[in-house]
Design a protein around this ligand. Structure first.
Ligand code: MRU
Length: 357
């Protein structure tokens, strides 16, 4: 499997190749994205997903666009298409804007775009390694403090290496804890409607031999009331200047339950997930509204090994599908960042990330 621990790469012909995440966990397939339209579609239909990987694909998407137009003015039009392929994860806009800024005086668009996209991805991978270290330190401390043999961590959606180059965000500390010999068990929220927890996080953890259990989305509160969760770690798609966190729908309910049960609730993010232009995340972070079919239909595998989509609701009942919710800063214990653990307030974030601001 060429893509193990890599969600995307440049193939031998220098085209962007990605794992098709819509096929997991039943089939491992990759797709080559040769045009801007293919990049845009892959982001929209969630062939690739997860805030960091969307940004990474967008950066290589600009390189792909350069191969098509090789002219900065025409590139601007392509960049616009990529930029608006999904609305909530700010890593997408950040990556496109950064690439366009770096390329504005370039005399060799294709070569430079390739170089900058690789650099951007290398930087993100380094951040992921630091997040792993700082997050694992917290896990280690908590284990000592509680005097337990096993640490139980709940996570929502997928914030592993399928979501952020190369080790993920929320899952990075878990992988690192495992490397340190800590006995970790992960409660994996199934994460309806698209089941990124049940299909992607569970698949990733299986690949790495991390002990885990899939739970229905409504189970977390009960587990927390019964002292079965030591901490929660999630990723994020956008964090405003005051520390409000947009993440997969349902994250807010987990944060409420964690607060009520004194369970530490951490959010792991690279710097590219901050949106300093938005002060009040509760009010101003755009929330993606997706097709009602994602709620009404489920995908699975039958006894003959055939992948099928089936309707699970009355055909004509309407459904609504908000992709994300916003967890207010006051419910979050800390942000796990490449610069260490950051307290969640406007001033503390500003102090730590002044130069990114
Ligand atoms: O709709 P998705 O699958 O792109 O949403 C992914 C999430 O919400 C993840 O938790 C997330 O991107 C955070 S970590 C990159």
């Amino acid at each position: 499997m060429q893509g193990k621990y890599k969600a995307l790469w440049l193939n031998e012909n220098d085209f962007l190749e990605v794992i098709d995440q819509t096929k997991l966990p039943f089939e491992y397939e990759t797709k080559i994205l040769r045009t801007t339209d293919e990049v845009v579609l892959a982001i929209k239909d969630m062939t690739v997903r997860g805030a960091g990987v969307i940004g990474s694909v967008a950066a290589f998407g600009i390189y792909t666009a350069c191969m098509e137009v090789n002219n900065y003015d025409k590139l601007k039009e392509k960049a616009k298409l990529i930029r608006k392929s999904r609305p909530t994860a700010v890593n997408l806009m950040w990556a496109v804007d950064r690439m366009m800024e770096l390329l504005k005086d370039s005399n060799n668009l294709i070569e430079d775009a390739k170089k900058y996209a690789i650099e951007l991805n290398d930087d993100e991978a380094k951040e992921s390694q630091k997040i792993a270290k700082y997050g694992a330190d917290i896990i280690e401390d908590l284990l000592k403090q509680k005097g337990k043999k096993t640490i139980n961590i709940l996570t929502h959606c997928n914030a592993g290496w399928l979501a952020v180059i190369d080790g993920g965000t929320a899952l990075a500390p878990i992988y690192e804890a495992q490397r340190r010999g800590i006995d970790v068990h992960v409660w994996v929220d199934e994460t309806r409607p698209r089941n990124q927890g049940a299909s992607l996080t569970a698949w990733e953890l299986t690949q790495s031999g991390v002990n885990h259990t899939i739970i229905a989305d409504n189970t977390g509160g009960h587990l927390m009331q019964n002292d079965m969760v030591d901490m929660v770690i999630t990723g994020a798609d956008r964090v405003s200047a005051n520390g409000d966190v947009a993440n997969k729908i349902g994250t807010y309910l987990k944060a409420l339950a964690a607060k009520d049960n004194d369970v530490p609730f951490y959010v792991a993010i690279p710097a590219s997930t901050f949106d300093f232009d938005i002060i009040d995340g509760m009010k101003d972070i755009p929330i993606e509204l997706r097709s009602e079919d994602e709620v009404k239909y489920m995908r699975g595998i039958d006894d003959d090994g055939k992948v099928r989509e089936i309707l699970i609701t009355p055909k004509n009942s309407p459904a609504v599908n908000y992709g994300f919710d916003v967890t207010p800063a006051r419910l979050i214990t800390g942000l796990i960042t490449d610069k260490g653990i950051c307290e969640v307030s406007f001033d503390k974030i500003k102090e730590k990330f002044e130069e990114n601001n």
